[in-house]
Write a protein that binds this ligand. Structure first.
Ligand code: ZN
Length: 183
C-alpha cells in the first residue's frame, strides 16, 4: 500500500501565521511523523516535501498522480478562529472511498480528545471541487486540518509530542482504511 502525503505550503508561502507558529512548519512536522508511523505498519509513504521548500499546487498534484498511490492526503493547519479538526473530501471521483477514509481518520482524531467540526465538501462557482488537490488527484483523497493555529486550539499542536498524537491518529485511520475495505 502506498500513501501520498502533501505538505501544505512551504518556502515563500508560510500558510497561516499566528502566536509564533507558521503553518508550513507544523504541516511538515506532522507529515514527516505520519510518514514514519505509516512505515511502521509497512505502508509506503511519499511526502511532497521534506524541507522548507516551495512547490506549486500543480506540481504537487502531478507528483501525487505519478506516485500511483492508493490514497492521498494534504496536511494543513486551520486558521480563522475556531477549534477542532476538519476534513475536506471531493464531490466527484472516489467520493465514497474518500469519505470513508476521512471518517476513519476523524474517529481516530476524536479518540485523542480533539473535537471534529466535520467532514466537508466545497464547490467552486462551476459546481466542481473548489480545492485543486481534491479536483485533480486521481485516488481517494482528503485535505486534513488538524487544529486552528490562531486560537486556543494551538495547545493541541504546540509541541512535537502533541503533533505526534495527531500523526499517529492519522496513521491509525489510514491503516484501518486499508484493513477494512468493505467496512
Ligand atoms: Zn493550509
Amino acid at each position: 500500500m502506498r500513501v501520498f502525503i502533501g505538505v501544505g505550503h512551504g518556502g515563500r508561502d508560510p500558510g497561516a501565521v499566528s502566536q509564533g507558529f507558521k503553518e508550513k512548519d507544523i504541516n511538515l512536522d506532522i507529515a514527516l511523523m505520519l510518514k514514519s508511523e505509516l512505515e511502521k505498519y509497512g505502508v509506503t509513504a511519499i511526502v511532497s516535501r521534506t524541507s522548507d521548500s516551495s512547490q506549486a499546487l500543480y506540481q504537487k498534484i502531478n507528483v501525487a498522480n505519478m506516485s500511483k498511490s492508493d490514497l492521498a492526503l494534504d496536511v494543513h493547519t486551520n486558521a480563522g478562529g475556531g477549534t477542532g479538526f476538519e476534513a475536506y473530501v471531493p464531490l466527484y471521483r472516489d467520493s465514497c472511498q474518500s469519505l470513508r477514509l476521512a471518517k476513519l481518520i476523524e474517529e481516530e482524531i476524536q479518540k485523542t480528545g480533539q473535537r471534529s467540526r466535520g467532514i466537508k465538501t466545497r464547490k467552486n462557482a462551476s459546481g466542481y471541487d473548489y480545492f485543486g488537490f481534491l479536483k485533480s488527484v486521481n485516488c481517494p483523497r482528503a485535505i486534513l486540518e488538524c487544529a486552528f493555529i490562531d486560537s486556543g486550539d494551538i495547545n493541541k499542536i504546540n509541541t512535537p509530542q502533541k503533533r505526534m498524537l495527531i500523526a499517529k491518529a492519522y496513521a491509525r485511520g489510514i491503516v484501518r482504511y486499508f484493513g477494512n475495505k468493505e467496512e
